[in-house]
Design a protein around this ligand. Structure first.
Ligand SMILES: [Zn+2]
Length: 132
């Protein structure tokens, strides 16, 4: 089973090349931005917490290891899990925020398959269809 990362998913910035909202430079956006306001963030698949960290761009973020896939959740205000924790699809893993380099609060969500960045929107769309 799989789950959406937020109770309600609204895309605010797509995957791919874009003019960065903060730097104004043309750069690759390796994930998608979703509208969020102090919202609970959920694990999209079962797995375990591989990274709980902070960096100046992503802010407070976590990474989940799902085997072949890895997911990242950035700009969090709070983290609800510890490194090594097991999660199920739908387990609360954090609370959205605006940490790191952002113009406003949102969830940055990205996905890697075998270590390569992929567009997570197709994945989320499939989950959405499956739940209808
Ligand atoms: Zn982003």
């Amino acid at each position: 089973m799989a789950c959406l990362p937020l109770r309600q998913v609204t895309l605010t910035s797509a995957y791919g090349y874009r003019v960065h909202p903060v730097t104004g430079k043309y750069a690759f956006h390796s994930g998608i931005d979703l509208r969020a306001r102090n919202d609970t963030v959920f694990a999209v698949l079962p797995g375990h917490v591989s990274t709980v960290s902070f960096n100046p761009l992503l802010g407070i973020y976590i990474q989940l290891d799902h085997g072949e896939l890895e997911t990242t959740y950035g700009h969090l205000a709070q983290i609800l899990v510890l490194p090594g924790d097991s999660v199920n699809a739908g387990s609360p893993v954090g609370i959205s925020g605006s940490t790191g380099r952002v113009t406003g609060e949102h969830l940055h969500f990205s996905m890697r398959l075998h270590g390569r960045s992929i567009n997570p929107l197709a994945f989320l769309t499939l989950i959405d269809i499956a739940h209808e």
